[in-house]
Design a protein around this ligand. Sequence first.
Ligand SMILES: Cc1cc2nc3c(=O)[nH]c(=O)nc-3n(C[C@H](O)[C@H](O)[C@H](O)COP(=O)(O)OP(=O)(O)OC[C@H]3O[C@@H](n4cnc5c(N)ncnc54)[C@H](O)[C@@H]3O)c2cc1C
Length: 500
Amino acid sequence: MTGVSRRRLLGTGALTAAGAVVAAASAPSAAASPASPAAPAAPQETADVVVVGAGLSGLTAARDLVAAGRSVVVLEARERPGGRVYGLPLGDGTTSEGGAEFIGPTQDRIAALARDMGVATFTTYNTGKNVYYRNGQRSLYATDGILGAVPPDWGVVDLEVALLKLGEMVKQVPVGRPWEAAKAEEWDSQTFHTWSRSNSLSSGARFLMDEFCSSTLSVRSRDVSLLYLLHYAAAAGNETTPGTIDRLINTKGGAQESRFVGGSQEVPVRLAQRLGDIIRYNAPVRSITAEDGGVTVVADGITVTAKRVVVAMSPAIAGKIDYSPGLPASRAQLMQRYPMGSIAKFVAVYDTPFWRADGLTGQAVADSGAIDATFDNSPPDGSRGILMGFINQTNIRKLDAASPDAVRAAGLDSLGKLFGDTARNPVRTAIQRWDNETWSGGGPVGIAPPGVLSDYGPALRAPCGPIHWAGTETSDYWTGYMDGAVRSGERVAKEVHAAL
Ligand SMILES: Cc1cc2nc3c(=O)[nH]c(=O)nc-3n(C[C@H](O)[C@H](O)[C@H](O)COP(=O)(O)OP(=O)(O)OC[C@H]3O[C@@H](n4cnc5c(N)ncnc54)[C@H](O)[C@@H]3O)c2cc1C
C-alpha cells in the first residue's frame, strides 16, 4: 500500500516584517549579576515572555506574541531552528527531509504558515503500483481500486471489517478531549494490540493493523492506548471536516499528499530568519523557577526573567527541565508517561528515479528487513532519484550496536528486496535517527500508553502558574503533525497574551 508511509498504512496573526520583529525583541536587563572571579556570570535579560524551543510550535508562538506587541526571547537548545523538521545533509551540498515531510488536506495552519513564508508545495509522486512484501513474497498492487491503499493480503476482508468498527469508534472521540469520550475508560484500559487481536482473526489483518501503528506512530501496537489511537484519527481533520483513519494513511487525499519545494525545513528556517535575534541558539534550558509572579529561565550561557514562559516541545523532553517549585503531580507524572516513538529515515540517492520506469510509485510496505515503509523522496523535477525508508520501532533499536556500514547494508538490503538490484547501488546514502537526538528523544510524536489520557490528559495543556505548554502533542487537530505544532503555538500565544 502506499502509502503505508510513516503516516499511511496500508497506504495570527500576520507576520510583521523582520525589522519590526527584532525591534520588539528582548532588551538587555539593567540588572546584570555580579561577575564571578571563577567564571563570568551568564548574561541576564528580561522579556515579557520566554519561549523554550524553536520548533514550529515555539516559533509560531513567538511570531504571534511579537505581533501582539510582547517582547519575547526564544531559547533553543540546538544550533538550528525546526526541531523535528530538519533538512538531512546528503553530503553533496543538498538535503532531503530527515524529519517531518508531508502535508495534506485539512492541515490548514501549516499550509497558511508555508504560504506566508513563500514555501510552495508539490504533489507527492504517486503514479503506478505500490510494493507489498510479506512472508518472503513481493507483490505489486494499484491503489485506485476498491481497497484503496490496503494491500491485497489474505486478511483484507477481516481488516476492512475491523477498520469499519474503528471508524465508528473514532467518531465518538471528542477532538482535543479524548478523556471525555463516553467509553474513555474502556478504550483507555487496553492497547491497540489487544483490540486488534479481539477484532480480527487473520494474520494478514493483524499484520496490517500493526503496520498502521508502526508507520503512523513508530511504536508497536502493544505500546499504545486504543483511546490514543482513536483520538489520533479523530484529530486528522479540521473544524469543519471530521478526522478519519483514511486521511491519516492515504497519500492521495491524505496526510502524505504533498511535499514542500526545497524541503519542509524551509518553513521554520524562514520563520526563524524573520524573528531574527530574539532566538538564541545553543541555549538548552536547564531550569525554570516561578517566583514573584514571574519566571526565571536558566539556559546555558543566558538567564532570562519574564512574566510568562512557554515550553514548546513534547512532554517527555519538557520533563528534562528542572522546575521550581515542583509542578503539580498530574503534570510532573504526565511527563514521565508520554514516551516518544523510535524512528529513523534512511535515504538512498540515485542518478534517476529508476523505479518510475518500472511503473512503481516508490511506496512500499514490508513485514521484514530494516525498512517497513518507503516513499519516493525525489525532487519535484525528478532530476535525480531518492528513495526514503522508515526504520521504525524495534527495527531501529535492533541497530543500536551496528556500525554505520552495517546500518547502510541493512537499509540497502531492504530497498533491494523491494525495488530490485538497482536499488542496492545508490550514489550515496544518509540516515537520520531521532531516538539518538538528545533534544527530541525519538519521534514522530509522544504517545500515551493505556491509562494516561484518561488520568493525566487534561495536564497536557493546563498552564502551571506562569508556565504554559505548547508542542504538537498539545494540539486538538493534527496532533503529532506539523499542523498540530502550528496550531498549538497559535493557541498558546492567545493564552499567554490574555494572561499578561
Ligand atoms: C521522522 C519524522 C517524520 C515525520 N513526518 C511528518 C510528516 O510527514 N508530516 C508532519 O506533519 N509531521 C511529521 N512529523 C512530526 C513533526 O515533525 C512534529 O509534529 C513537529 O515538528 C513538532 O513540532 P514541535 O514544535 O511541537 O516540537 P519540536 O519540533 O520537537 O520542537 C521542540 C524544540 O525544542 C527544543 N528543545 C528541547 N528541549 C529544550 C530545552 N531544554 N531548551 C531549549 N530548547 C529545547 C528542540 O531542540 C526543538 O527545536 C515527523 C517527525 C519525525 C521525527
